[in-house]
Design a protein. Sequence first.
Length: 149
Amino acid sequence: MNKQGLLFENLPPPADRPIRFRTPDRPVWTENKAKLIERYLYYFVMITKHGAYIDGFAGPQYPEKVDAWAAKLVLDSKPPFLRKFWLCEQSKEKLPALHDLAASSMQKGRTIKVVFGDFNENLKSILESGAITEKMATFCLLDLAYLRM
């Protein structure tokens, strides 16, 4: 019968003291998720040359960290082919930042609507408004942790 060998033979000796990790100041995925969305939408508009953007939970998760705010990165993205935006938020505390963002991001031919309330209840009226046609490329950002099925 063969003896089983070691899985890893040349491991360094254990540390003489525990390794300590600094707690990040925000979840690691927040900033990376925002940058991934920004990059995806860049390719989205390069292909479609137009479009609409619906963000189900658009308020800033960390107001002092604009590089982690997906809605801001999308509104600032170039080329500015996306023309219609719905920024939905149910937190009253985040609404002023969204209104400021909408006002600072207005350009000719662009509409930005800040929608207060439960996204699950507001989505139907957004879709039924007729502002998004069958031929309009539309990107909808949902955070399923908050979405009720």
